[in-house]
Design a protein around this ligand. Sequence first.
Ligand SMILES: *[C@@H]1O[C@H](CO)[C@@H](O)[C@H](O)[C@H]1NC(C)=O
Ligand SMILES: *[C@@H]1O[C@H](CO)[C@@H](O)[C@H](O)[C@H]1NC(C)=O
Ligand SMILES: *[C@@H]1O[C@H](CO)[C@@H](O)[C@H](O)[C@H]1NC(C)=O
Ligand SMILES: *[C@@H]1O[C@H](CO)[C@@H](O)[C@H](O)[C@H]1NC(C)=O
Ligand SMILES: *[C@@H]1O[C@H](CO)[C@@H](O)[C@H](O)[C@H]1NC(C)=O
Ligand SMILES: *[C@@H]1O[C@H](CO)[C@@H](O)[C@H](O)[C@H]1NC(C)=O
Ligand SMILES: *[C@@H]1O[C@H](CO)[C@@H](O)[C@H](O)[C@H]1NC(C)=O
Length: 910
Amino acid sequence: MGTEFLLLFFSSSAFILMDAITAQMPGFISLDCGGKKDFTDDLGLEWTADDQLMYGETTNISVANETRKQYMTLRHFPADTRKYCYTLSVTTRTRYLVRASFLYGNFDNNNVYPEFDISLGATHWATIVISDANTIEVQELIFLASDPTISVCLSNATTGQPFISTLELRQFNGSIYLTQYESQFYLSVSARINFGADSEAPVRYPDDPFDRIWESDSIKKANYLVDVAAGTKKVSTHMPINVNNGERPPQKVMQTAVVGRNGLLKYRINLDGFPGFGWAFTYFAEIEDLDPHKTRKFRLVLPGMPELSKPAVKIEENALGKYHLYEPGFYNISLPFVLSFGFGKTSDSSMGPLLNAMEINKYVKKNDGSLDGSVIASVVSLYSSADWAQEGGDPCLPVPWSWVLCNSDPQPRITSIKLSGKNLTGNIPSDLTTLSGLVELWLDGNSLTGPIPDFTGCKDLKIIHLESNHLSGGLPSSLVDLPNLRELYLQNNMLSGTVPSALLGKDLVLNYTGNIYLRKGHSEGSRNKIIIGSSFGVAVLLINIIASCMLLQKGKKKCPNQGQLEHAMPAQRLVSSLTNAATEAAHFVTLSEIKYATRNFEKEVGSGGFGVVYYGKLKDGKEIAVKVLTSNSFQGKREFSNEVTLLSRIHHRNLVQFLGYSQEEGKSILVYEFMHNGTLKEHLYGPLTSEQSISWINRLEIAEDAAKGIEYLHTGCVLSIIHRDLKTSNILLDKNLRAKVSDFGLSKLAVDGASHVSSIVRGTVGYLDPEYYVSQQLTEKSDIYSFGVILLELISGKEAISNESFGVNCRNIVQWAKLYIESGDIQGIIDPSLHGDYNIQSMWKIAEKALMCVQPHGSMRPSMSEVIKEIQDAISVERGEGAAMEVSITCQLMSLLHGQPLDRIMGFNS
Ligand SMILES: *[C@@H]1O[C@H](CO)[C@@H](O)[C@H](O)[C@H]1NC(C)=O
Ligand SMILES: *[C@@H]1O[C@H](CO)[C@@H](O)[C@H](O)[C@H]1NC(C)=O
Ligand SMILES: *[C@@H]1O[C@H](CO)[C@@H](O)[C@H](O)[C@H]1NC(C)=O
Ligand SMILES: *[C@@H]1O[C@H](CO)[C@@H](O)[C@H](O)[C@H]1NC(C)=O
Ligand SMILES: *[C@@H]1O[C@H](CO)[C@@H](O)[C@H](O)[C@H]1NC(C)=O
Ligand SMILES: *[C@@H]1O[C@H](CO)[C@@H](O)[C@H](O)[C@H]1NC(C)=O
Ligand SMILES: *[C@@H]1O[C@H](CO)[C@@H](O)[C@H](O)[C@H]1NC(C)=O
């Protein structure tokens, strides 16, 4: 029976059918395996019966409480050494989710629970282990398509028969699952959880436009979300949630959450496929209506990984407001099979942690497959309607095609081809002669015509069966050059000429009977012939090679130079995956859109810091700032796309929002939100200052905003981000004079924990940490130094470096201010344009902290959160909220002692 059903069905129309199935959502394919008729289910998903597409047997099953039509049928295959593959069309350079499900339902009336393997192409995807007749097993994989088709194969049954119930393909249209590893790894879905769900039903299509299945946290199964902390409560909202973009978790998932009323959320879960390295993201949105004095701040708690608990989540700030999504996560984290995790509130938070959703995927190393894959694919394409050409997947992995044998290298080569009696016509495919690992070739009993090709590319060939065909021409002397040839069968063809005597002299089984024009050469005469014949032969051979190269090139293939083929293939793959990474990254904007928005770069609004900035307005009226990077800022496409991906994940309300990027016509462009009030620099000492100087309280608020943005860079991400180039021209002001930090992330990421060593000192004179300058050891403390300089500028209204402002022998604001502050004369450095409108105590607080920040040694400088605390204190003082009169009086007395005019102090007091 085995071979019989192989002969059935498969026709090349299978692919066309697959292409046509795109009705409801582009890139959705839902195969009802074993089904006979197409149908649309209650969710609106269109199911296609795989009847016309796949061989194997089908069975109806009936499982209690399972009413979905796609689970009433299945397709099963014999438990043999073969693989059984579905081939689906995909769009290259697009990410997909592929989902296979298995409901056993005792279809074989055997109650032997099957166990078998599933693979995607050459890559082992999972071992399907059925442990209950009525439970659906589901496997999901996220991948970036690199070829126009994928194959999903079942093989290696160790018990029972391989079977499948459904096979689904869902196309993504963005880059949430972009990782730097995706050319070499797939993501196997391990957990995708909707916390606080109101029922046990999952959330999927149409709530999730990509039909991901968000499992309810309340379903009961072994080791699924157990050990829950006391005080865990469900919360939900009907308010819309801003999830930024369609690929983030759907609104319905984000509208529910769990909160830890006792300050802690805690869970334990088994992660299928782990231990290993994985991709793990959490999704947060503030959905409780907190009163304004309440705060919610918490940290991730992973036992044994204290370093990952460093960043604190402050949802509202991170997510730019209530009902907005914030999605911190890890691109690559080592996780155990049994994962305990939790979130704990920080000591300064009034509310316990909150969690809306979570996704954990495991990296599955892609297997590149046989080195002969593309060569044999072109052979197969010559016979695309033959059953043996339809087996699909990789020729060798996970198990070889029925007519092929392979060696056991990690990237195997084909060692044997058995196509005896397969009705082959035409010439012997010349591609076969490039299979360098070939040991046995069986092409006997076909209708092949034309000459015997040159097999010298197959050095290991031992056995060649070409008998019983219609081959013509002479025996090529190249056969003599096959060092390992032991058996050569040529009988019953139409070969002519003489058999080279060197062939006859070899230790070889040679049968050339039944070729009426083929003669055994005389040894005397034949030696002559060989000499003449061989020089003639070489010429013919050359012409042959040239001709076949030209032919092949016409057919868009490479000249069958074996070395070239071997090396060209992986390299090409690499290149195309790099371009993928660039084009797939978030928020791509076309250059023409940018040209339109900026009216062809009409209005320049700033420059420096990696490039020139232009004003722009999008069609929807949104104002943007367009930064055209100087060409040498980023060496290559790859660096650029990495940086851009990184940027798009950093958000905080005190960081200038990154909206998109473009890289066309040699221009690298970043698009940001437009900040109406320009840079802090312009307001402190630019032409704007004469019109209206910003008040001290405004300056404090600006300092607080900027400090929070920087604190987030330092502590909000697991790899802390060092800005490297903080200065007043990188602090931008919006309509309400609130500040955001810009140009972050354009410098490289700091290496986790340890100091970063870089060969080029980056930064701006006047703001540059002297310790970094000397040691080239970059830490967060270098940013603290620069921020100290900014605080001094806020106090004095003077530039960091100046030839005039600071008197003789002093060009530097730090040296200058230090002298005054340390001698107690703060008045001497305060910006006169403040016109005395400040509380001297708040001024002192900032001045002292600024001096701490510019300490020569990083270890002596405060952290950003200490600085923020001081600024907030200063703000309270300035607003008269927490005035500590004693200190205030001390400061005023000090001012007095340092010779400040009495009337200023009197005026202040009255
Ligand atoms: C399987 O079910 C289909 C309808 O879903 C029916 O037409 C068919 O006859 C059934 N086959 C068997 C063997 O019961
Ligand atoms: C089927 O559903 C009913 C009602 O929902 C339930 O009582 C019963 O236990 C279920 N049976 C199985 C086998 O799950
Ligand atoms: C088939 O599965 C068994 C058991 O899981 C495993 O030991 C064996 O290596 C597998 N064979 C192949 C060819 O994958
Ligand atoms: C991606 O899909 C989402 C959801 O269907 C849709 O809202 C969005 O417009 C799509 N984006 C693109 C670029 O096609
Ligand atoms: C993840 O990190 C580990 C250890 O740093 C590394 O070996 C591995 O290659 C990384 N990537 C993946 C996809 O596992
Ligand atoms: C061989 O090929 C011919 C023509 O393509 C076809 O008519 C014939 O049925 C085939 N025979 C077999 C056994 O496949
Ligand atoms: C050669 O092939 C012919 C035809 O297949 C066969 O009859 C003969 O026995 C073979 N000779 C040898 C020496 O194997």
